[in-house]
Design a protein around this ligand. Sequence first.
Ligand SMILES: Cc1cc2nc3c(=O)[nH]c(=O)nc-3n(C[C@H](O)[C@H](O)[C@H](O)COP(=O)(O)OP(=O)(O)OC[C@H]3O[C@@H](n4cnc5c(N)ncnc54)[C@H](O)[C@@H]3O)c2cc1C
Length: 486
Amino acid sequence: MIRREVARGLVREAGGEALLERLEHLDAVRSARASGAAGAPGAAGARGEGLRAPDRGARPDHDVVIAGGGLSLLLAPLLAAKGLRVAVLDRARVGGAHREWNAGEAEVQALVGCGLFSREEVERLIVARYREGFCRWHGGGTYPVRGVLDHAIDARGLLDAARAQAEARGVSLLDEHALVAHAEGRDAVALSVESGGVRRSLSTRLLVDARGAASPYATADLICPTVGGVMEGLEVGPGPRQIQPDVGEILVSTEGIDGGFQHLWEGFPGRPGETTVYLFYYARAEDVGPGALVSLYARFFAQLGRYKAGEPQLVRPTFGYIPGWSRLSPAPRAKGRRVKLVGDAAARHSPLTFCGFGASVRGLARTAKALGEAVERPEVSEMGEDAPVHAGTGALAALMARPPRGMGAEGMNALLDTAFSVLHAEGDAFYGALLRDEMSAGDFVGFLQKTARLRPSVYREVFGALGAGALGRWGVGLARELLRVG
Ligand SMILES: Cc1cc2nc3c(=O)[nH]c(=O)nc-3n(C[C@H](O)[C@H](O)[C@H](O)COP(=O)(O)OP(=O)(O)OC[C@H]3O[C@@H](n4cnc5c(N)ncnc54)[C@H](O)[C@@H]3O)c2cc1C
């Protein structure tokens, strides 16, 4: 195993000091959350901090302030186009993405459909297309699928374009400004913002919390620590330890459960000679220890050779904690009416695939519309729709996040192998629907039944992982979706 200090050094070497700072900030926020320190929900630092809420009838500086200029920066030009006075602030550079995204045709269409880009502009942001993708389980089979997660998107290019559009529409962009506190009044929210050690105040009619996993409101019960980045030097070819430029590797395991977690790889070829490789695991939020991203990087560098051959070199590290909400516990929600959660802070994306980019982009137009309405009518609480299939998949993610002890080291691989053999046997439309969040509740129940027929122990495993209470909530959630459709 590589030491954490060595892993930090390798990330610094490839990404520079500022990127390492982002990594350590994410780890620090999570550790503070776990220990209930400032920044955790309910703690003093998360909200007021002595800040005075605006008086009734106050005239705020902005209509909308978006705190967090990651992917949610895409909302800014859409809101400004509605005639709203918009500001975006980020503790780093607004639009300074530190990740790469893979997506499908639905997301490409949504970027055009919401009016932000022309088809030609989006085409220029697609750095690779795949003929197929696959999932492969240690000791099991390989299950190809077509028409899903088959585009690699230039994240930096996308956010640069969104930043340019925001500027052109008069959005105020506040680089290196961290939101440290806010206090809500009847008509506006006061914000305390810190830049270079200096604090100042702003006010807005609506605060959009887009701080991702770092938001104090990001209370989703599951989390997916993810590390890796853009690599060069992977061996090209058809073998399992080689990479094919026209094939996406969606989920791959190379070992059994270790340290209580099932680790997974993914590999997505990008520009010629480059592949984005990630190592990640699903966990209950409370099970993730301090410094988990740095520790996962140590594992990444140590185990990469099990996944891919060649002389790999990390050229652009990308990482993060992706929250996931199982739908078995209360939804993340901000206190008050004038603070709205979007993106990872809200965690309304799939708890099974954690494809937050896909969900945010598909919901872009709808979210911008809901936020625009909430400026006038802040009582509107939901900023987007929840896909019906999430009522079912959350329980599977919860099972993966804390595998029952009796399952044995290879138990999760065996279960996933059975489940994916069923998906594959049903064909691309069925298999792809689950990965694209499009599967109906009825089809999902059918999928579970077929999996259970091949692996009857799944009932015991799910019960062991969830317990009676969560199992009941799962059943009720699924039944509600089945009845809604029926
Ligand atoms: C490594 C990795 C790979 C991923 N790959 C994919 C993929 O291929 N496909 C897919 O569908 N999804 C993917 N995702 C998920 C996707 O990136 C997220 O769902 C999406 O970025 C969430 O957008 P967001 O705007 O909510 O948060 P983010 O994009 O995470 O942005 C949050 C921003 O908030 C800022 N911030 C934090 N604290 C403060 C503060 N106090 N004040 C001001 N700013 C602050 C941060 O600097 C950051 O810029 C991936 C995630 C990770 C971590």
